[in-house]
Design a protein around this ligand. Structure first.
Ligand SMILES: [Ca+2]
Length: 512
């Protein structure tokens, strides 16, 4: 239940629904400008506090005394189901993650947006690109200009912080320029940060990603010469979790792995390797990091009250497809620039593990997408969605608790990038361009059924078309996107100029 405090267009709305869970001494963001103030605001706060008390519940039914669970959110970069053994990959690089999938819940159908920053914007806000306007890739750290604006959007980190959680991010952050906005991560709800910030071309933060990494810890660059970034990010988050073992925490592990450029890791640095073998080593190293995080939770006695979530922001770039069913899986071209809408690019692994709280050994066919992560985390934390903000996602916490039929939660999911929108039900998928596929019989989407006269096809195509037709047009982006993705699609001033001339030279590996 969400109380509507203000219209969606009023920005700066705070997650008021969690006020009663704040502990003394915690910092709270100043209330945003709205039409509510004074006694009326106090009345609403009181009402929301009462409602929150009624709604708040622990993740495990029947255990009312349990404190809210910790959340370890692991968001990997540019890696799809084709590299996860639990999803059918034959590459054999993910034994730790596979163990978590075997003893946890693995969702077989989780949609994301096919390019990095756009996907992350949805994860963080629970809102679809057409609603926020961030429907085109834009890496604020590289291109400058617009950024992920805390006055326009509220992250799940802010909501959980308001609910009394300690919050930290370790790893990648690219949707703000932390050199111009050093307080951005604090504004977005993170008490602590330890991040690779990205940076414009020519800046050391543009290239020093893995070895000798450029890392900012709570606003200050650390000395990391000779070090391997992923190891440091893992160390930091382990330390954070141990330091906050006595209170609920959100540990966001936003991995820099396995984004290009490919590199060797400490496990294979002396070997002669092809590019693809290096990518395999990066996947293996990411898996080792996951194993270390889990081991730290075990050693700290935190495992039983920590829900681990593992997913990725988009699928594998075509040239690095993993082997599935005897063949190397390849998404189609243009994944770096335009966003490929095939399943390999947008249907990603999604694993939840916490044997003490989430009944495991399950594979779920529930339909979920990355907008659902926000309301799910909020519900797991016993908080409520921010008032006055339209959240597109739907919580699947009840599916995790095994309290409801998974299929009842959603009957469609969406992936949206620029002008491209695709929706799918449990079996069929319809695109903005009219393409229609039976994913059960045609998982590689090679046979378009748009003109099929099969009554089942006609009925499902009609249902999904109604979903597409019900979605609003893209909200206007409030800044000029400058990414090569925008230029390639002719979006924004730079894009319109580029559409009439050859694209400016750039490094396409940086987009996505
Ligand atoms: Ca990515």
């Amino acid at each position: 239940m969400t109380i509507q405090l203000a219209s969606e267009t009023e920005v700066g709305v705070q997650p008021l629904g969690c006020q009663n869970r704040l502990k003394p001494g915690l910092q709270r963001d100043k209330p945003g400008r709205g039409r509510f103030g004074g006694k009326r605001l106090l009345f609403i706060l009181g009402l929301l506090a009462l409602l929150t008390t009624v709604q708040a519940r622990p993740v495990a039914a029947g255990d009312a005394k349990r404190r809210p669970p910790n959340i370890l959110f692991i968001l990997m970069d540019n890696i799809g189901q084709d590299w996860f053994g639990c999803c059918g990959s034959l590459e054999g690089q993910t034994p730790e993650i596979d163990k978590l999938a075997a003893s946890g819940v693995r969702f077989r159908n989780c949609y994301v947006t096919p390019l990095c920053s756009t996907s992350r914007h949805v994860f963080m806000t629970g809102r679809y690109p057409f609603r926020t306007g961030w429907h085109i890739h834009h890496d604020a750290a590289i291109y400058g200009g617009g950024y992920f604006d805390w006055n326009r959007e509220i992250t799940f980190a802010r909501v959980l912080k308001s609910a009394g959680y300690a919050t930290a991010i370790s790893g990648k952050w690219q949707i703000n320029n932390l050199f111009d906005q050093p307080d951005a991560l604090k504004k977005h709800g993170f008490d602590e940060h330890f991040v690779f910030p990205e940076g414009p071309r020519g800046h050391p933060a543009h290239t020093q990603r893995y070895w000798d990494p450029y890392i900012i810890q709570n606003g200050r660059r650390i000395e990391a010469e000779g070090k391997f970034g992923p190891r440091l990010f893992t160390d930091y988050l382990i330390d954070f979790m141990r330091r906050h073992r006595d209170r609920p925490f959100l540990a966001f592990y936003s991995t820099i792995l396995t984004h290009v450029p490919v590199t060797k890791t400490p496990l294979n640095k002396d070997e002669v390797l092809t590019e693809r073998e290096q990518l395999a080593g990066m996947v293996r190293y990411a898996d080792v990091c996951v194993g270390r995080l889990v081991a730290a939770l075990d050693e700290s006695g935190l495992r039983d009250n920590t829900i681990i979530v593992i997913t990725t922001d988009n699928g594998t770039p075509a040239q690095y497809g993993g082997k599935v069913g005897g063949r190397v899986f390849q998404a189609s071209a243009n994944t770096m620039v335009e966003g490929d809408m095939k399943e390999g690019s947008i249907n990603v692994p999604f694993i939840v593990n916490c044997p003490a709280l989430v009944p495991g050994r399950r594979v779920s066919d529930a339909l979920i997408d990355n907008s659902d992560v926000f309301p799910t985390f909020v519900e797991l934390a016993g908080a409520t969605n921010p008032a006055g903000v339209v959240i597109d996602g739907r919580s699947f916490a009840s599916t995790l608790r095994e309290e409801s039929d998974a299929a009842s939660q959603r009957d469609w999911i969406l992936s949206h990038y620029a002008h491209q929108r695709v929706v799918r039900g449990s079996r069929y998928k319809l695109g903005w361009d009219g393409r229609f596929h039976d994913l059960l019989k045609d998982p590689l989407e090679e046979y378009d059924l748009a003109t099929s006269n099969d009554p089942k096809h006609i009925a499902e195509r009609k249902r999904l078309q109604q979903v597409l037709d019900s979605l609003p047009p893209n909200a206007k982006l409030w800044f000029q996107p400058r990414s090569i993705s925008a230029r390639a699609l002719g979006i924004g001033d730079a894009g319109q100029r580029a559409s009439q001339a050859k694209l400016a030279p750039d490094d396409p590996s940086k987009d996505k």
